[in-house]
Design a protein. Structure first.
Length: 457
């Protein structure tokens, strides 16, 4: 156990998906855990029920007394917190050890058999599938996830007897450079976070820096077609749904309900048939990456197949909310043009010939500006678009960048821009047959009301 000299851990931005997993970890280590967040959410409510003391006003007076000992308290913050944050500056001025979430995650991750899942898309789904496979096996695992696993209703898998630690290797803010994995997955290297990297070349160099940190005699599970520079001390295996040249590829892919049945050819064998009960061809690809890692870690084929049969998915990742004869409603975290294209293509394949209505909330002014043309092409895969205002997250507005600008570029007859308070009324008026919601902002707050409405119709 590291940090044996600590009594307490304070989180600034505790309600974030990555921060909350770490908070839960420290609770499991019998540390006193408290924190601040800007707003109360369902996740914050769950943390409070689990023993985390949370306050929602940025006042240093609200920091509990037991978290004011600089020698016995660790402070972890998210990069989204502004530099003028009162609580953050109280700890900085007081001589506390104040570290980013990525540093804290790295200090946990690097003590075990680390499996880091990197890529601009697919990290959460691959990590959660892999965690479920290993958790269901004799190997076991600990896993810090970027989403809520439906199998355990949490973003943290814990197994004190296991040395395996799975974590998402996040490229934002170059966070993945704190991780030194035994096995790494690289699913994609598309342009994103250009406010940080400024160019596609810099993003690719960032991923190559991460790959260079794979431990001696480690392994890289790489999506076929990607070609980062890889050290000679790393063994590389490729995976692909379509390309038969990949070391791990799919054979005999057959739709089965909303999911699929398929076999996986490995470098030296064919695994028995796998049935995946969650929808989307993109999830077949994600499962293939997880299968490749599990296979390389010595998990038996039968154990892999049994675990994936029982896998229920991740909240907000191709998350089917309603599926009946009258209505289909699917929610997804897709917020990048490539993710939107993959998601909508999968929805189209599942429901051919049906009218698909999509609600999209753009995330970040910079991302909207940098990928406006790509967003326009991806969203044009819809039959009807309901576009929301940009969710700014950590950003200030950028002149000339707006949802109006985005809407103008989308070649589609049925499209409308709305304010958030208009959403439910507009959806009811249009009465969609197949409805999807997409975005990484607070659009998730509408999932419950939309589901309830669809169930009543």
């Amino acid at each position: 156990m590291i940090w044996t000299n600590l009594d307490s851990v304070y989180f600034i931005g505790v309600g974030g998906i990555g921060m909350s997993a770490l908070a839960r970890y420290f609770v499991s280590q019998d540390k006193a855990v408290a924190g601040y967040d800007r707003v109360s959410t369902v996740l914050c409510d769950q943390l409070q029920r689990e023993g985390v003391d949370i306050n929602y006003e940025d006042r240093s007076q609200l920091i509990p007394k037991e978290f004011r000992n600089a020698e016995r308290t660790l402070v972890i913050y998210t990069p989204a917190v502004p530099d003028d944050h009162q609580q953050l500056n109280y700890f900085r001025r007081g001589g506390f050890r104040v570290i980013k979430r990525s540093v804290a995650l790295g200090e946990v991750f690097n003590t075990g058999r680390g499996v880091g899942v990197a890529g601009t898309h697919g990290k959460t789904s691959i990590s959660t599938m892999l965690a479920h496979i290993l958790h269901s096996s004799t190997l076991g695992c600990n896993a810090f996830l970027g989403g809520i696993s439906k199998n355990i209703s949490s973003n943290l898998y814990l197994d004190p007897a296991s040395k395996v630690i799975i974590a998402e290797a996040d490229e934002f803010d170059r966070s993945f450079l704190t991780l030194f994995p035994e096995i790494a997955v690289l699913s994609s290297m598309d342009a994103d976070h250009l406010d940080i990297y400024h160019s596609v070349e810099n993003i690719q160099r960032g991923f190559e820096s991460y790959v260079s940190q794979i431990r001696e005699k480690g392994k890289l599970i790489l999506k076929f077609g990607l070609s980062p520079k890889v050290s000679d001390h790393v063994t590389c295996f490729t995976y692909s749904v379509d390309e038969k040249e990949a070391d791990y590829h799919v054979e005999n892919l057959i739709p089965d309900g909303l999911g699929y049945r398929f076999t996986v050819r490995t470098p030296h064998s064919v695994l028995p048939e796998i049935k995946l009960q969650i929808p989307g061809i993109l999830n077949v690809e994600n499962a293939l990456a997880a299968v490749a890692v599990a296979h390389q870690m010595g998990i038996t084929p039968d154990s892999i197949a049994h675990a994936l049969l029982d896998y229920k998915g991740v909240q907000r990742r191709f998350d089917v909310q309603v599926h009946n004869e009258r209505k289909v409603y699917i929610d997804d975290y897709a917020h990048h043009p490539t993710e939107i294209k993959a998601f909508l293509s999968s929805v189209r394949a599942l429901f051919p010939g049906k009218k698909i209505t999509g609600i999209f909330q753009p995330h970040l002014y910079s991302r909207t500006r940098d990928f406006a043309d790509e967003f326009a092409r991806s969203l044009a895969l819809l039959d009807e678009l309901i576009l929301m205002e940009i969710y700014p997250a950590r950003e200030e507005p950028i002149p000339g960048v707006s949802s109006e600008m985005l809407l103008e570029g989308i070649k589609m007859d049925e499209k409308v821009l709305i304010k958030r308070e208009q959403l439910m009324r507009v959806v009811k008026e249009r009465d969609p047959e197949v409805l999807v919601t997409m975005g990484a902002g607070d659009i998730n707050q509408f999932v419950g009301p939309l589901k309830e409405w669809c169930m009543r119709i």
